[in-house]
Write a protein that binds this ligand. Structure first.
Ligand code: UD1
Length: 418
């Protein structure tokens, strides 16, 4: 298995480009199933999860052409299978995003249940309940969600919990349903809004984009268009946090500061100076960061996908930080690995109490999920000695060229082949 070797202790200096958002690219690629004609999706990051999505669509018979700079052309007119098999869904839960589009456009779908994952139970009951309320007949059989529908009907859907992919699935289904769908307590994440913008460009009628109430007036058909997905706010936040930990000055280009105000606010609180323009962010850090308290929450709150990176930051900060995880159960696996690097962390239920230490020390550590692995890389960047991060396939699911980008900023990091 490939691994990363990181020799810590260097400040970060320089400029890098931020990739397109994985969590926007995945639903937009699923939305191509709704289009009557070919669609081209641009600013797609080159990541394992994208390859998995392409494999999923390809196995259904969907035509795929990859153009220069990861512009992907998708033509769903050749579709012949409506099944998302277990072996793909188990590597990427977001495969569930094909459920709504398949039912809405083709009236049938078989999608494997995702099963457990390293950060908690992560059910998909709200996706299924919403589609049932829109008239789909759904049974759970042999580990699969098996659905049939004539034309879906608009419905009033009240989401008990704010769910990102749940909102996206139902929004895509509603776009081709008959009548009006209202989604209450809809997720407000920028990636949900990005999908909504894409659907509107395809000819869908949506109101309330970016708010917690979405009103969708179904149409009979949607057009194939060209669409560029928005920049990755979590990748942006990860590199900013790295620079706040290592010290130095980094400029991130092709990103959007408005997407991560909660994160930028916390980085300022820890002592970083941050300048922003329309599509760039520059962070300067002198001296040691101050520990900050974090409470994760759905957008516009502090993102759960940045929690692990801030645990790494607090681990080497001045003072004590309290990190509360409110979105997922069991999302502190990275803390156990950081403890092996000398971090002083006490976990109590959903809260991590982190007392900053002067130095972390290198150790072999193991990535357990995508963001946890990013936090271990950040810890390695400031640790004394050479840190080895194993199981980095998790990182390759969500960070494009992480070692190249960090090396460009002056970090001593390299990938060891299998
Ligand atoms: C998405 C993101 C992921 C991020 C998460 C929270 C993608 C591809 N992934 O994941 O990176 O960490 O949002 O911001 O966009 N829930 C239910 N029933 C459901 C669905 C969800 O109870 O049917 C609960 C979950 O267990 C969790 C909470 O809702 O506690 C939020 O999960 P959700 O927003 O659905 O996460 P994902 O969409 O899977």
């Amino acid at each position: 298995m490939e691994r990363l070797l990181i020799r810590g202790g260097r400040p970060l200096e320089g400029e890098i480009r931020i990739s397109g958002a994985k969590n926007a690219a995945l639903p937009v690629m699923a939305a191509t199933l709704l289009a009557d004609g070919p669609m081209t999706v641009g600013n797609i990051p080159h990541l394992h999860d994208i390859t998995t999505t392409m494999e999923l669509l390809g196995r259904m018979g969907v035509g795929l052409t990859v153009h220069e700079r990861m512009q992907v052309e998708v033509d769903a007119s050749t579709i012949e299978s409506f099944r998302a098999p277990y072996e793909l869904v188990k590597t990427m839960r977001a495969s569930i995003l094909v459920l709504g589009p398949l039912l809405a456009r083709f009236g049938r779908a078989e999608v494997s249940l995702p099963g457990g994952c390293a950060i908690g139970s992560r059910p998909v009951n709200l996706h299924v309940d919403g589609l049932r309320a829109m008239g789909a007949e759904i049974v759970i059989e042999d580990g699969y969600i098996k659905g049939r529908a004539k034309r879906l009907r608009g419905a009033r859907l009240r989401m008990d919990v704010s769910t990102v992919t749940g909102t996206e699935n139902l929004m895509m289904a509603a776009a081709l349903a008959e009548g009006t769908t209202i989604i209450e307590n809809a997720a407000q994440e920028p990636e949900v809004a990005d999908l909504a913008h894409c659907l509107m460009r395809m000819g869908a009628y949506l109101e309330g984009v970016g708010t917690s109430t979405l009103v969708i007036e179904g149409v009979e058909r949607l057009n194939g268009i060209e669409y560029q997905v928005l920049p990755d706010r979590i990748e942006t936040g990860t590199y900013l946090t790295a620079a706040a930990m290592c010290g130095g000055r980094v400029k991130l280009k092709d990103t959007h500061p408005g997407l991560l105000e909660a994160v930028i606010g916390k980085l300022r609180e820890c002592g970083a100076a941050i300048d922003t323009g329309e599509d760039w962010i520059e962070l300067t850090m002198v001296g040691r960061p101050r520990a900050v308290d974090i409470d994760t929450a759905p957008y516009p709150g502090f993102p759960t996908d940045m929690q692990a990176q801030f645990c790494a930051l607090d681990a080497i900060s001045d003072g004590t930080g309290k990190v509360v995880e409110n979105v997922f159960e069991n999302r502190f696996m990275h803390c156990l690995e950081m403890q092996r690097m000398g971090a002083d962390i006490h976990i109590d239920g959903h809260t991590a109490h982190i007392r900053g230490v002067d130095r972390l020390t290198a150790a072999p550590v193991m990535a357990t999920d995508l963001r946890a692995s990013a936090s271990l890389v950040l810890a390695g960047l400031v640790a004394d000695g050479e840190t080895r991060v194993d199981r980095i396939y998790h990182i390759d699911r969500g960070y494009e060229c992480i070692e190249e980008k960090l090396a460009q900023l002056g970090a001593d990091i390299r990938r060891l082949p299998e």
